[in-house]
Design a protein around this ligand. Sequence first.
Ligand SMILES: [Zn+2]
Length: 277
Amino acid sequence: MNADKIHGCKCRNCGIELITLNKSSDTYCRFCGAPALMAEDFDDTAAPELILPFEVSKAQAKQILLRHLSQRPLSSAALSQKVKSGFIREVYIPVRVADIQVTTEVTVLENSGNEKSKQIKSESSGANICQSRMFDEYLFRLLGEYDFSRTVAYDDTYASIPFEKPSGFSMDLCFDELEGASIKEALESLGDRKTIRKVITCQLIDKKENSKTVLVPVWILSNLSNGYTDHIFINGQTGRIVGEPPASIKKALAIFGGIAAGCTLIGELIWMVVNGL
Ligand SMILES: [Zn+2]
């Protein structure tokens, strides 16, 4: 698949850029629900190569959401109604998946006065960083692990569902973690506090990466109210759900009103007991 230009749209409300390889009939943004989509072409974006297909169907996603909402007595009935009428959307978000390798070198001075060095090469496969504007790393981790061993080649059968345009990314976080672990391993192999007087150098010698973008599946329930958008997300591979529905003021008043009335009643009973009535 090698088109010169990739077609898509941008949301004027949340700024998300969505790519649709098949012409999309969407009028509402899949992320925020606003009717603010503008057609846009992306010159700088390649067609995707890899994808983790949805394993959670729409019917299953609806069930998961309805169970989640039913466990939250303050969530509004309108939100559950929205789910029942199928107002949830699927989208793919881009994740950079990499095999990375770092080599570090540690040099220490031993108590005996000798210098000793150790090089350690550490590897990590399947390190990943989310390339979505909607999902920062924290939110992405809340969705739980995706099993990247189930990655398949992207083809036209997936083109009916839009995916988010990958944003700039950096594997630095993954490298930092691996570098830290590698230095620790090198230090441990050189001895302990009793034998080492001081660490002379601790450095990164080399780093390599072999990375690809994989589209991963997410179900989204968005609720636009008072200018804010609340989201509930479902990992489209595992069914893990993330996000809290907004509290319905009406329900909160009904529940707390009930508690207040109960308190008044108990107060009166205590008063009656105390006064021997
Ligand atoms: Zn939007």
